[in-house]
Ligand binder design. Structure first.
Ligand code: PLP
Length: 546
């Protein structure tokens, strides 16, 4: 069936050929898929700004009226103010809306956002996977959701018990003796891990000499940023053509000035670092530490214990590996596991079992420890979600989740590798597959154009232009929570786009997205000349002015 724009309504019918057996239903696609009308129709403005049932929505301050309110509050009796003349002289000017208007405003805004609950979200390195609703229910149990960090310890024994249990799971899964739960994101965990390393070095009296941190070129930007923030000099370990970090590139950089290496494993090229153990041994031999960026732990849970690789500190992104939601500034949690050498430098507070009860240790026993990272104990809601994920999966289920994540990424790789180019040859990947833009050469289509065209197909783009070591990188992480059917539809869509790019249908790409609420944005201008202040479109009514 064709829609108004002559596009087949089912993506299953448009793949140029079956991606793999059964992937695209086997139908021969219609030829001449290019769609000059589509862009014109899509670009035609409507009177309301709406697009069919996708509602345009203005800012709250543009639609709200200060005189409107969803609640009736009685005028207070005349009273004597005690603010000594500091009280506001004019109305506050908050935008008022009726209750239905308020509801529509926020629901419409939410519809302009794409989330894992809307569709497949292939953002590499970010692990956008399904959040089981069970975990949400557990986090909302009043005994976890409605407690306060300053409550007497005797009234939150269950919550402390949960933190203790989560710590036991994390240390068991990683094969590491200690964990600090407080960090509120992966980058925050990196900071803590490197602070622990810095504290250990200072305690040995080497603070003045060990000032260099080695960071492979393929690292996440947060790694060199963390090292620099703590005053370390950052030295790059060069990238190699096979996507791996080579021992031979690390050895010449080692000396008495090296504090640590920050190595991501599996790395940001989606590959397991086969030399991790030898790299760890080489660092330990010169008195340095091995920091592992464990944000991609989701690929190896139940398969590899980082402690066995010689890791000294590693953050775990609970919000990636253990399904708790993230993105858009949502809460994260980046617990850090520590080796025996670093455990004495762990921050306070931490939970300790004392007979049948749990206590909070608020004062560090070691004066050289890093102290306090956050005001309280970390992201309680994320701890509950992560433990719920672990308990509902069990040891075998967690291992299978890792295996399925790797299987799904390799399925996508196998289905696309005849059309799109793989920078490191056709070797298996871990939980994410990395393509480069060599296959787009001379098509007039860039990685950015391709990503934007995916939006028209109803997909959030994959991670693009990261890692930097690959030209025009496209990093796809499907995660284990996608079914084969949803992967097949995704693959068919990408194959259709890839064929269009190769067949010279550049118009489908260079102006994309055509169908999104907002068209292509000038991202450079937005970054260089951001407009950070909203100014009223017309003179503000007198009573709304301050
Ligand atoms: C996500 C990620 C980080 C940072 O984690 P945040 O929680 O976003 O701070 C660091 N390294 C890698 C490899 C990542 O994928």
């Amino acid at each position: 069936m064709l829609n108004r724009q002559g596009r087949p309504t089912s993506l299953r019918a448009v793949a140029d050929e079956p991606a793999v057996s059964g992937a695209a239903g086997g139908e021969r696609p219609p030829v001449g898929r290019s769609d000059p009308d589509g862009s014109i129709l899509a670009a035609r403005p409507t009177f309301t700004g709406n697009r069919a049932l996708a509602q345009e929505e203005a800012l709250l301050f543009e639609i709200g009226r200060p005189e409107t309110t969803g609640v009736d509050i009685e005028e207070p009796e005349p009273f004597e103010t005690r603010l000594g003349g500091l009280e506001r002289k004019a109305a506050i000017g908050l935008p008022g809306l009726s209750e239905p208007e308020t509801m529509r405003h926020y629901v419409r805004l939410s519809q302009q956002n794409y989330g894992i609950d809307t569709g497949l979200f292939p953002l590499g390195s970010c692990t956008m996977k399904h959040n089981a609703r069970l975990n949400e229910r557990m986090a909302r149990l009043p005994g976890f959701g409605d407690i306060h960090p300053l409550q007497p310890v005797s009234t939150v024994q269950g919550a402390l018990g949960l933190m203790s249990e989560l710590a036991r799971y994390l240390t068991t899964l990683t094969g590491m003796p200690a964990v600090a739960l407080q960090p509120k994101a992966g980058a925050h965990g990196e900071l803590l891990g490197m602070m622990a390393i810095k504290a250990a070095i200072a305690a040995k009296g080497e603070g003045e000499t060990r000032t260099t941190v080695l960071v492979p070129e393929s690292a996440h930007g947060t790694n060199p940023a963390t090292a620099a923030l703590l005053g370390f000099k950052v030295k790059s370990v060069p990238a190699q053509d096979d996507g791996w970090v080579h021992l031979a590139d690390v050895l010449p950089l080692l000396g008495p000035d090296v504090a640590a290496i920050m190595l991501t494993n599996p790395n940001t090229c989606g590959l397991f670092e086969p030399r991790a153990t030898e790299i760890a041994e080489a660092l330990h031999a010169v008195g340095a530490y091995f920091y592992c960026d464990g944000a991609n732990f989701n690929a190896i849970v139940g398969k590899v214990r980082p402690g066995d690789l010689g890791v000294d500190a590693m953050h775990i992104n609970l919000h990636k590996t253990f399904s708790t939601p993230h993105g858009g500034g949502g809460p994260g949690a980046g617990p850090v596991v520590l080796s025996d050498r670093l455990a004495p430098f762990a921050p306070v507070p931490f939970v300790r079992a004392n007979g049948d009860a749990f206590e909070l240790v608020e004062d560090a026993e070691n004066p050289d420890a890093v102290g306090r990272m956050t005001a309280f104990h970390g992201q309680m809601g994320m701890f509950v979600r992560a433990l719920a994920y672990m308990l509902s999966h069990g040891a075998d289920g967690m291992r299978q989740a890792s295996e399925d994540a790797v299987l799904n990424a390799n399925y996508v790789r196998a289905c696309l590798s005849d059309l799109m180019s793989l920078p490191f040859g056709d070797k298996p990947c871990m939980h994410e597959v990395l393509f480069d833009d060599a296959w787009l050469k001379d098509t007039g289509v860039t990685t950015l154009d391709f990503a934007k065209a995916m939006i028209d197909e109803g997909y959030h783009p994959m991670t693009v232009y990261f890692p930097l070591v690959v030209h025009g990188a496209m990093l796809i992480e499907p995660t284990e929570s996608e079914s084969k059917a949803s992967l097949d539809l995704f693959v068919a869509s990408l194959r259709d786009l890839a064929m269009a790019a190769r067949n010279g249908d550049t118009a489908r790409f260079t102006g994309a997205p055509y169908h999104a609420p907002r068209r292509r944005l000038d991202e450079t201008r937005a970054a260089r000349h951001p407009i950070l202040r909203w100014t009223p479109p017309s003179p503000v009514p007198a009573q709304a002015a301050e």
